[in-house]
Design a protein around this ligand. Structure first.
Ligand SMILES: Cc1ncc(COP(=O)(O)O)c(C=O)c1O
Ligand SMILES: N[C@@H](CCCC[NH3+])C(=O)O
Length: 416
């Protein structure tokens, strides 16, 4: 069941007409479905019910406070990559003791802030970072829980910009160096070794790389055990793909079953997953209005009021996201369009060669925009960032106001 569907020829989010949302809040506007977020999180939780586990939603995918709060209410943990994301989790009512802190370069102040809030674990990516966390923990007179992020050197077969588990990527500690790194961590007085983690990439549509990575990690877990270093959790990161166009991402049950089989005789090892996209992407759309139709030399352009500053994925990765009309009952004849924004860049497009029955002032929805959408928005061209709305059944709530002109120069000043 899709919570974004047509009712009486008008696209709805749950029970709310997107036409009504556009008229009430204006465009461009991100619209999220609470029921979809909950269903996706619950699907992960249920699929892993046979094994001790914690789902740590990757905050970077969509960090709106209302999104985090909906997931926190379900009991979600959170994967963060900055002090800012931790502050958001806390502000949204999330439990810091269910937070894992990833990222290649945590600053000292961020480490201190995380220790003060007693997060569950730091996912550490280098010796230098071990030293830094140990130093801050020592200064504070506490012990820091840590896990080492291993780079298993597996090919996630995804877009090169979002592949993270290859030797050539900046992420993690090479598998060959892992034992030495654990020994080193063990020698530091203010660190407590808890786990091992990896994250091999995003938008994976094949299970084999996850299994290969898990196999490599388990070899290391066993080797550590022999040295008297036993771990309490294994964190396999995020990365499960979603359907944008015609991808067939692995079935969640199958994913969980395959991981579960490899962990069956290791019940003491709690499994942590850090899904972001799989929870948020298809729980959101970007609503936009057609400004003009323009006949170019070779193609038609539909110029809409959302641009690359609002949704960067098409421009940055040539990512394909479905674009559909909000009103199906239209007089407009379908044409092939490049759907472009108002930003002064040739790369400013939301979709190319899309057949759409649209005319000026019609609304369109860019689907699968709940993850890596608003969070990657910018003010380029001094454009105000869009509003964000959360639909909950027949209700809609503005969970972030559209930026105003005053917001554009917040904190700026001119010379005296
Ligand atoms: C460490 C880490 N965990 C989790 C995620 C979430 O990934 P995804 O949105 O693909 O599930 C990412 C981003 O790719 C990440 O870097
Ligand atoms: N921003 C990327 C995903 C990056 C994942 C970061 N670890 C995307 O939109 O696909």
């Amino acid at each position: 069941m899709d919570f974004f569907d047509y009712k009486r020829d008008v696209l709805h989010a749950e029970d709310v007409s997107l036409h009504a949302i556009a008229e009430t809040y204006g465009t461009p506007t991100y619209v999220y479905s609470r029921a979809t977020l909950e269903r996706h999180w619950q699907a992960f939780d249920n699929a892993l019910s046979h094994h001790a586990h914690l789902i740590c939603y990757a905050v970077k995918a969509n960090s709106n406070l209302a999104v985090l709060n909906v997931l926190a209410r379900l009991g979600s943990g959170f994967d963060i990559v900055s002090g800012g994301e931790l502050a958001r989790v806390i502000k949204a009512g999330g439990d810091p003791s269910k937070v894992v802190f990833s990222g290649v370069a945590k600053r000292e102040d961020e480490i201190r802030y995380a220790l003060e809030n007693k997060i569950m674990c730091f996912n550490v990516e280098s010796h230098a970072e071990l030293d830094r966390i140990n130093k801050v923990a020592e200064e504070m007179g506490v012990v820091a829980p840590i896990s080492l992020r291993i780079n298993p050197d597996v090919d996630a077969k995804t877009h090169p910009y979002i592949s993270t588990g290859l030797k050539s990527n900046k992420f993690g500690i090479a598998a060959e160096q892992a034992l030495a790194s654990y020994r080193y961590a063990h020698s530091l007085s203010n660190l407590d070794i808890q786990g091992m983690d990896c994250h091999i990439g995003s938008q994976l549509t094949d299970l084999a790389p996850f299994e290969d990575a898990l196999d490599k990690l388990l070899v290391l877990v066993d080797a550590l055990e022999k040295e008297g270093i036993s771990l309490t959790h294994l964190d396999l990161g995020g990365g499960l793909g979603v359907t944008y166009q015609n991808e067939t991402p692995p079935d969640l049950e199958e994913y969980a079953a395959r991981l579960g089989r490899k962990l069956a005789d290791r019940q003491h090892l709690k499994l942590i997953l850090e899904p972001g996209r799989a929870i948020a992407a298809n729980a959101g759309i970007l609503l936009s209005k057609v400004e003009f139709i323009k006949q170019g030399e070779e193609q038609h352009f539909a110029i809409v009021d959302a641009g690359m500053n609002d949704l960067l994925r098409p421009a940055l990765y040539s990512a394909w996201q479905n674009i559909i009309p909000v009103d199906r009952n239209t007089e407009a004849t379908p044409h092939l369009y490049d759907v472009v924004g108002p930003v002064c860049e040739t790369g400013d497009f939301l979709g190319k060669e899309r057949t759409l029955p649209i005319q000026p002032n019609d609304y369109i929805a860019v689907r699968s925009a709940g993850a890596y959408g608003f969070v990657m928005a910018s003010n380029y061209n001094s454009r105000c960032k869009p509003a964000e709305i959360m639909v909950d059944g027949a209700n809609h709530h503005q969970v972030r106001a559209r930026e105003t002109l005053e917001d554009l120069w917040l904190g700026e000043s001119v010379l005296p």
